[in-house]
Design a protein around this ligand. Structure first.
Ligand SMILES: Cc1cc2nc3c(=O)[nH]c(=O)nc-3n(C[C@H](O)[C@H](O)[C@H](O)COP(=O)(O)O)c2cc1C
Length: 147
């Protein structure tokens, strides 16, 4: 079974909550774990693992605090990510001009290093009154839909 790792970057916990929802939804028939980006060594990316990236945005279109060391390590270490597959779910607030940019920063870094993004780019907009869990789980169903 292909392993699934959920990598989350958060400032105030919403992305971690979504990562936990993904673990709950997948654990019955997937080998899955969630890891805070700040605890993940970029040398550990593995082509036998599928990555679900969940990342919020803070400041003015910047990375949340737990994603900053991960972003800096990608820049500094430039790992070869060819063969790495991932899907991404961005969390933000469309009242900001920089809606969801934090996740886009991570997405651009991963693709620049050779990783391949699969499926629809997921988003949660905190200003539309929807629950992160509802939007995230609806998106997840699309990611794991049979081809
Ligand atoms: C101080 C602050 C700054 C924010 N800046 C942005 C932003 O620039 N762009 C955006 O899309 N959302 C922004 N947001 C919204 C957050 O991304 C959103 O609330 C998200 O759900 C937080 O997820 P987290 O708890 O995982 O960090 C900001 C929120 C706060 C409190």
């Amino acid at each position: 079974m292909t392993k699934t790792v959920i990598l989350y970057g958060t400032e105030s916990g919403n992305a971690e909550m979504v990562a936990d929802d993904f673990v709950d939804a997948l654990s019955s028939d997937h080998d899955v774990e969630s890891i805070d980006m700040s605890d993940f060594d970029v040398a550990d990316f593995d082509t036998d693992t599928f990555y679900l990236v969940v990342c919020s945005t803070h400041g003015d279109g910047e990375l949340p605090s737990s994603a900053r060391p991960f972003g800096a390590a990608l820049d500094a270490e430039q790992p070869d990510l060819s063969g790495i597959r991932y899907s991404i779910f961005g969390m933000g607030d469309s009242s900001y001009e920089t809606y969801s940019h934090g996740s886009e920063i991570i997405d651009e870094k991963l693709r620049a290093l050779g990783a391949t993004r699969e499926g629809v780019y997921g988003r949660h907009d905190a200003s539309d009154g929807s629950l992160p869990t509802d939007d995230a789980l609806a998106w997840l169903e699309g990611v794991f839909e049979p081809a």
